[in-house]
Design a protein around this ligand. Structure first.
Ligand SMILES: *Cc1c(COP(=O)(O)O)cnc(C)c1O
Length: 445
């Protein structure tokens, strides 16, 4: 456990003078294209706290975008990484293989949904995993088309930019994009024209009709979907939508790819978000929470699909680096032994309760939604006017930051505040962080 006392502490303006000094250097040294949401520079972290360079202790409700799910500098991760870095740092698995890579693949094959025969391959980032899932699906099916959804986020490489829905800032000026990517409407209950009750069925029938008329099922290699959309606004599809899609894919010989880069590894109160409705995807992509902060990602899928690729067709210099693998083994051990699925559910109960209260108390909170330790509030103009309120979202988030609570925003319309705490946060810190957000709404709404 961390030796940082689990208490929010503000000793300077946030960001403070040391952070501001560093930020001036950042402006001169780092590309302006790398946007920084909150310029408090961090020097230590553990539990629910980030310690900045001015000595402020900030409550972490973002976990580095759902990455430090097991906690920052989690003991089992640190121990395994230290051992591995002293043993050897790199060989390239395809040149001289090592056991840790195999251990991670075995764990993924066991933990991901479905008890069929599986294979995995390891990469460095979420985007790289999604790209490789598309490569595998195209190779296996001999087809080109890929269907992605409104509000989707799958990364920033050329192919994944094409899959990602939102133009600003992710795609603006970066085209042309990869071809044969088609977009379908997402089952977004809160904003579904026919109302939330009709959403699952109408979204699915629209999907089927659009693919049939605009693409042709016989041309589709893969359908790629986040089982709860992350960057797009923590959109939870209504029950039945995912299952209907998965079943339709099977019927049409299409590879169903669940992008669980953000939802995976205990985040939603299950090992994977697909588990909630017993959905078994053909391929699942993982990254973020997999290795306690070290860069690692994976593609796991049905053996016949994953083995359909020619030898040498998948890989890369660093994919499945031994230190990242050691970190993943430490993270997975922590999730198992500390029952982080259970802890994510406990955190989920607190979040549901507190965010639900905000939705009742403030007319500008249109909806509270999400699952487990992945929940959010969507801010609107107020009452019956559901117009997205991006300005208030920005203001409340900025207020929380200056009060020492790190929050993240998201959403196609920039009007969602998302909560992704590390699972080793204390209940007290979580409540305190939410109190600050509530105070921000009180003050600014
Ligand atoms: C973050 C994210 C990605 C991209 O991961 P990177 O590691 O940033 O490349 C892909 N898919 C989803 C669902 C994500 O949340």
């Amino acid at each position: 456990m961390t030796n940082i006392t689990q208490q929010r502490k503000i000793v300077t303006e946030v960001p403070g003078p040391r952070s501001r000094e560093l930020h001036a250097r950042t402006t001169r040294a780092v590309s302006a294209g790398v946007g920084i949401g909150f310029a408090a520079y961090i020097e230590r972290a553990g539990g629910g706290l980030l310690t900045d360079v001015d000595g402020n202790e900030l409550i972490d409700l973002g976990a580095g975008i759902a990455v430090t799910t097991v906690g920052n500098a989690a003991p089992r991760v640190v121990q395994r990484v230290q051992q591995q870095v002293a043993d050897f740092t790199h060989t390239c698995f395809m040149v001289n293989p090592y056991e840790e890579y195999v251990d991670v693949c075995e764990a993924l094959n066991e933990l991901t949904p479905g008890d069929h025969e599986k294979r995995s391959a390891l990469f460095n980032s979420g985007a790289e995993a999604v790209e490789n899932a598309v490569k595998v699906a195209r190779s296996y099916t001999g087809r080109d088309a890929v269907i992605a959804f409104d509000h989707a986020y799958h990364g920033r490489t050329n192919l994944t930019m094409a899959l990602t829905a939102k133009s600003q800032p992710y795609k603006q000026g970066f085209g042309p994009f990869a071809g044969e990517i088609y977009r379908a409407p997402m089952a977004y209950p809160y904003r579904w024209a026919g109302g939330p009750e009709a959403c699952a069925e109408e979204a699915f029938s629209t999907f089927v009709a659009q693919v049939h008329t605009q693409v042709g099922e016989q041309n589709v290699a893969a359908v790629v979907l986040e089982p709860i959309q992350g960057e797009g606004g923590f959109i939870v599809p209504p029950p039945g939508f995912l299952g209907a899609l998965a079943e339709w894919c099977t019927r049409n010989g299409i590879v169903f790819v669940a992008d669980e880069v953000q939802t995976g590894f205990c985040r939603t109160g299950d090992w994977f978000a697909c588990d909630h409705e017993d959905i078994v995807p053909d391929i699942i992509t993982t990254a973020k929470g997999i290795a306690g902060g070290l860069p690692l990602s994976a593609v796991t899928g049905r053996a016949e699909i994953m083995d359909g690729v020619q030898s040498g067709g998948l890989g890369g210099t660093y994919g499945g680096n031994p230190i990242a693998c050691a970190a993943a083994l430490g993270a997975i051990e922590t999730m198992r032994e500390d029952d982080l699925v259970g802890r994510a559910r406990e955190i989920g109960d607190i979040l549901s309760l507190r965010l639900g209260e905000l939705a009742e108390r403030f007319p500008v909170v249109g909806e509270a939604r999400g699952r487990g330790a992945m929940q959010a509030i969507e801010l609107i103009a107020g009452g019956d006017d559901h117009s997205p309120n991006a300005a208030l979202t920005k203001a409340v988030s900025a207020y929380a930051q200056t009060e020492g609570v790190v929050t993240l925003t998201c959403g196609t319309y920039g009007n969602v505040i998302r909560f992704l705490p590390p699972l080793d946060i204390t209940d007290d810190l979580l409540h305190e962080g939410l109190d600050v957000v509530a105070a921000g709404l009180e003050k600014l709404a």
